[in-house]
Design a protein around this ligand. Structure first.
Ligand code: UGA
Length: 439
């Protein structure tokens, strides 16, 4: 059993902390936000994530996990400190490392015993070398401290499951001692561990995320071509998926990838390459395709309708994917302003993301369009001239083709997630446009 401190209680930090406690380690999660700490102590998760609150409550009850703003108390005698603070994207595509630097300095000034510092946040290759140097520069007590890289591969919505049943744990270390410490910490998970050097571990994270982003952009590119040549992307993907070298996952064409990771990590790697005088053409192409893809349906609908002015527009789904209330880089954020600018009267439905969206686009009218949030799908569809599907929520998938026909004024649907079969919508009398399939 290790005494572990975790810096940052976002998706990465909190889920890691809770899962370390779940396998038997003694964990203290540190955050600067007192309200958040109070909330977590009361068993409430600040993020929406399946199964997380149950594990928080269970492990808090047996005192295997605690939450605090007092980083000194948490760090001073920790065996290992995991850093899971954010590395937000800067305007030029580079990662903002100021949160990591703050934590590194706090660690250096606080630790009183030998300690392994483990960076879970996604950071540009070479950052952990700098973090280690930085800690050594500011170290107050004469103790051994090393930095290891341990990138995170969880996806939002299945974060707890992804952590406890990860397909691989990547550890990047520069000494036998650091490698052994991390191996021991992860032994309790019983999962495959890949041990490499620090820079390779940092690169594995970007290379994995960018490969998945590439896969999606490739399928979107092919989908757009499918439409032009009369092929069906769903059938094409199915046919491809039997080849184990291609695999069956992440072949879904749609309105592009969003979220806090793929958009940021593609731009970051492209930026890192540029810094080294190298043009990362494949990743650049993935970014370009994705930028166009997000408003693909809007462009199609614009041609069909001429104007959105005064039209009632139903939007089903606002978040970047189902199972989360996260809106970061969601396609809805690219489309809603275009629709409002055109004077659309929008009725938006999202089971959990609406409140966050309303912070950016408050309910009510402006000089041009109007935004209304509704609590059920029928209210969004009732009397609508056109409907856009942006997120494949279970609730949205459960809507029958006939519902569009019966509730909408004109049953015209633009589906960014290819939820329906083209024939079933046609049979129900719905004019249906999707991605990479005939209309
Ligand atoms: C992603 C990765 O899947 C995780 O492995 C990684 O750890 C995480 O980023 C991270 O770096 O922290 P996440 O952003 O939560 O996880 O979401 P994904 O499920 O990967 O979806 C990302 C976007 O791609 C979504 O907008 C989704 O709709 C889109 N997508 C995904 C497609 O358009 N098509 C697909 O076939 C799959």
């Amino acid at each position: 059993m290790f005494k572990i401190a975790v810096a940052g209680t976002g998706y990465v930090g909190l889920v890691a902390g809770v899962c370390f406690a779940e396998v038997g380690h003694q964990v203290t999660c540190v955050d600067i936000d007192e309200n958040k700490v109070k909330l977590m102590k009361s068993g409430v998760s600040p993020i929406f994530e399946a199964g997380l609150e149950e594990l928080m409550q269970k492990n808090y009850a047996v005192r295997r996990i605690d939450y605090t703003t007092d980083y000194k108390a948490a760090y001073k005698d920790a065996d290992a400190i995991f850093i899971g603070v954010g590395t937000p994207e800067q305007p030029d595509g580079s990662a903002n490392l100021s949160y990591i630097a703050t934590v590194a300095r706090q660690i250096a000034e606080t630790i009183e015993k030998d300690c392994l510092v483990v960076v879970k946040s996604t950071v540009p290759v070479g950052t952990n070398d700098k973090v280690e140097q930085f800690i050594h520069d500011f170290l107050v007590h004469n103790v051994r401290v090393e930095v290891a890289s341990n990138p995170e591969f969880l996806a939002q919505g299945s974060a707890v499951h992804d952590t406890l049943h990860a397909e691989r744990i990547i550890i990047g270390t520069e000494s036998k001692w650091a490698e052994e410490q991390l191996m021991k910490i992860y032994e309790l998970f019983g999962l495959p561990i890949v041990s490499v050097n620090r820079r390779s571990a940092e690169m594995i994270k970007y290379a994995s995320n960018d490969f998945l982003a590439l896969k999606i952009s490739y399928m979107n590119d092919i989908a757009n071509l499918c439409e032009l040549v009369g092929a069906n992307i769903h059938d094409v993907a199915k046919g491809m998926s039997f080849d184990e070298r291609i695999g069956s996952k992440f072949l879904n064409a749609g309105i592009g990838f969003g979220g806090s990771c793929f958009p940021k990590d593609t731009k970051a790697l492209e930026y890192i390459a540029r810094q080294h005088g190298y043009e990362l053409r494949t990743v650049k192409a993935a970014i370009d395709v994705n930028n166009d893809q997000k408003t693909m349906l809007y462009k199609k609908a614009s041609k069909r309708l001429i104007t959105f002015n005064g039209l009632k527009v139903a939007i089903l789904g606002l978040t970047f994917k189902p199972g989360t209330d996260d809106l970061r880089e969601a396609a809805s954020l690219d489309n809603v302003p275009l629709l409002l600018e055109q004077g659309a009267d929008i009725f938006a439905y999202d089971p959990i993301g609406a409140a966050n969206f309303a912070k950016v686009y408050p309910e009510g009218g402006n000089s041009k369009g109007r935004m209304t949030y509704v609590a059920n799908i029928e209210d969004a569809l009732r009397g609508a001239n056109v409907c856009f599907i942006f997120t494949e929520w279970g609730e949205v998938k459960a809507v029958s083709p006939e519902t569009y026909k019966n509730f909408m004024r004109t049953p015209l649907v633009y589906d960014g997630r290819n939820i329906y079969r083209v024939e079933e919508m046609r049979k129900a009398g719905v004019e249906y446009h999707s991605i990479g399939r005939e209309s």
